[in-house]
Design a protein. Structure first.
Length: 444
């Protein structure tokens, strides 16, 4: 009897240790998922497009840059190819060449500013891995109590909270996508799927969000484009006027003499109204320290603008202040749980998973018991089956049958087994085990 007791205890200890090892291995697989480490731009959750191994970041509609560049470069090519000939003959040689060269240099600067604006991080706020907790945030404001929450689930995050900006109370909103309270003047772009710091607007011509880190270059691009349009418009008119004086033509005959000049006059006139008006509007926003989003949404003409520091300081803030570094290193390697900030997989249970990412077992933060419940159930079933197998082997021995039942009646019911048994509708792990064991004896 003593030898049988020691044998049963040894086997139970082996089963317990193996079950513990299986649990540890399964938890380890969840905490440290296998696979090679990837870079941030390869698992980026936003809709951006990356070039040169994450060195350049574009918006999802980056193809619009082709159209924008064409609208800038093609008129200048026509200007240099056709209009410049008349200008070189009309003006002295060096002045005529300088006019053409200045147009080319201005075009290169405009296109460069366009590419810098489009390929630069506009000021994307890093996503949070978990929703904020009340004790962790440093806001001094009161939270809204009207936010509807789940009756049976955990309390939800309040939609807004108040913070102090330059002596004025400003409401900041909670972003459910990025799981954070947006900083002041920050907004979530639905096209790029990112929260952008000092969000101005999403420009379809640039194909990128305009925010804190690229607004300066955007304004320089728009204003320099307006000046380029006026430059081509003016010298196209000069060319027509010189033709009228040289050949004693009227306006119509002069346009027939140089049709490209007439086309450029019409084109640059319409373009100058567009980009010139846009430049004037953004100059007004800079002087009043507003963004396009704030101007259309909040109407600071009605209420006070807490960000306005005066015209000169507002201009210095845009053009003379240091551009902050990007909050993301897109070439940094990510692995494990930190990659969930960037990947398209959701954090909580019950949300759809992205088809681009492998489907994880379940969420760690919602409880590892749910994540390994299926494995534990299989381990529990294998443990019961092994006990049944031992019982069958012991029946073939010399010991009486009643001693075997007495030993298994004392089979330990661990807390893990009891919890699993309760979760899967069983009364108790040990009781279920005896019920399954007693099945074969009834047949006999």
């Amino acid at each position: 009897m003593r030898k049988d007791d020691d044998l049963v205890r040894t086997r139970e200890g082996m089963h317990g240790s193996s079950m513990h090892d299986q649990h540890s291995n399964s938890d380890r697989r969840i905490m440290d998922p296998p696979g090679p480490s990837l870079r941030v731009f390869q698992v980026w959750k936003g809709n951006n497009k990356f070039c040169f191994n994450g060195r350049l970041i574009f918006g999802p509609d980056a193809k619009s840059l082709i159209l924008t560049v064409s609208l800038i470069v093609v008129p200048v090519i026509l200007f240099c190819a056709f209009v410049s000939r008349g200008l070189v003959r009309i003006f002295p040689y060096h002045i005529g060449n300088f006019i053409v060269a200045l147009a080319v240099v201005s075009t290169v600067c405009v296109v460069s500013l366009l590419l810098i604006t489009a390929s630069r991080d506009p000021g994307i706020i890093p996503r949070s891995l978990h929703p904020p907790e009340p004790e962790d945030d440093g806001y001094m404001s009161s939270m809204s109590s009207e936010w509807p929450g789940s009756q049976n689930g955990p309390p939800t995050v309040p939609p807004t909270k108040d913070i102090m900006v330059n002596g004025s109370i400003v409401k900041v909103k909670y972003c459910h996508t990025c799981m954070l309270y947006r900083p002041p003047r920050c907004s979530h772009c639905s096209i790029c799927n990112n929260c952008v710091e000092r969000f101005d607007h999403h420009c379809p011509w640039v194909g990128q969000c305009i925010g804190r880190r690229n607004y300066r270059f955007f304004f320089l691009f728009v204003s320099s484009t307006a000046m380029l349009c006026l430059y081509v418009f003016a010298f196209s008119w000069v060319n027509i006027m010189k033709i009228m004086d040289a050949y004693h033509y009227d306006l119509w005959r002069a346009l027939l003499k140089s049709p490209v000049s007439g086309i450029l006059i019409l084109y640059t006139f319409g373009a100058a109204w567009f980009v010139g008006g846009l430049s004037s509007f953004h100059l007004y926003l800079i002087c009043t320290n507003q963004t396009t989003y704030e101007n259309f949404r909040y109407r600071y003409t009605i209420k006070m603008n807490p960000h306005n520091r005066g015209c000169f300081e507002n201009i210095a803030e845009v053009f003379c202040s240091r551009i902050p570094p990007s909050k993301h290193n897109f070439r940094e390697k990510v692995k494990g749980e930190s990659s969930s900030v960037y990947t398209n997989s959701t954090i909580s249970l019950g949300h759809p998973m992205s088809p681009e990412m492998p489907k994880p077992r379940y969420d760690i933060e919602m409880g590892k018991r749910q994540a390994v419940a299926a494995e534990d159930l299989e381990d529990l079933q294998s443990q019961i089956d092994s006990v049944v197998g031992m019982d069958r082997l012991e029946r073939c021995g010399t010991q009486p049958r009643h001693s075997n039942w007495d030993q298994k009646a004392n089979w330990p019911s661990t807390p893990d087994i009891q919890i699993l048994a309760a979760e899967f509708g069983m009364e108790d792990g040990s009781t279920t085990g005896r019920q399954k064991i007693e099945g074969p004896s009834d047949l006999k």
